[in-house]
Design a binder for this molecule. Structure first.
Ligand SMILES: [Zn+2]
Length: 249
């Protein structure tokens, strides 16, 4: 298959109105890899996939943010339904992981992270990980459940050591709009050490339900990474495409 000339490692087209999706697809040549949010979100992704099968790679998962909106019983039922839909459709598994900013017990986040890992292993699918804080727990689960793992650590902003830990586990490091913020010093240090073979670029647009789609983000992020690494933006994007092609379904 001939892929579009850009691959966005992480976005959420399902957070947009269908007319906005049509416009975005018509006006770009990008292949959009998705992050999953919850069951309803996965169904929305399936609709987009039906309409534009070559322009989107979907992902099913329970994002750590959804746990704050649902009861334990709701989460469990939703996961059972989602698991069967994931098995029936070629898709990534995730977003899954940890978020220290949500008021959800760590053990709940840990339990569902492990569930996602086990499902990805069983189905041999790539993972989309959202890990903001609690990296010790994420790495413990990845070690205890022993991979091999493949997929992306989306929105990475950690230290060079942390990047290395995830790369050793089999992951690609995905960098998004965080790199444009002036205070992400750890990320700058990491980018200086991460090899282009392990680095991918994401727009993370729209970042959350209800937020706008900021166009041109993939180019802006690539340009900033290029500046930090002393290479050209095209080289960053081309390597990212190549690395992501290895994960496509
Ligand atoms: Zn996301």
């Amino acid at each position: 298959m001939l892929w579009p000339n850009k691959i966005d490692a992480h976005s959420h087209l399902s957070f947009l109105q269908s007319e906005q999706v049509d416009k975005l697809i018509d006006n770009s040549e990008t292949l959009f890899i998705q992050g999953g949010y919850d069951l309803e979100d996965f169904k929305a992704q399936l609709k987009i996939k039906n309409k534009y099968p070559d322009r989107i790679q979907i992902s099913g998962g329970l994002h750590p943010w959804t746990f704050k909106e649902k009861s334990v019983e709701q989460i469990e039922q939703e996961w059972i339904d989602l698991k069967s839909l994931i098995a029936q459709n070629m898709c990534f598994v995730g977003e899954t992981g940890f978020d220290k900013s949500v008021p959800v017990p760590k053990d709940v986040q840990y339990k569902y992270f492990c569930e996602h890992l086990e499902l990805a292993k069983k189905l041999d699918r790539p993972l989309v990980c959202h890990i903001y804080g609690h990296h010790d727990l994420a790495l413990k689960a990845l070690k205890d459940l022993s991979g091999p793992w493949r997929g992306i650590i989306h929105g990475f902003s950690g230290s060079p050591e942390l990047a290395k830990d995830y790369i050793i586990m089999g992951f690609l490091i995905s960098v998004g709009p965080g790199v444009l913020k002036p205070n992400y010093k750890n990320l700058v240090k990491s980018l200086q050490t991460i090899e282009v073979e392990k680095l991918v670029v994401e727009s993370d647009q729209p970042t959350e339900p209800g937020s706008p789609y900021l166009s041109g983000m993939l180019d802006q992020v690539s340009a900033k990474i290029a500046e930090i690494k002393g290479v050209s933006p095209e080289e960053v994007l081309q390597n990212s495409n190549k690395n992501l092609e290895g994960l496509l379904l």
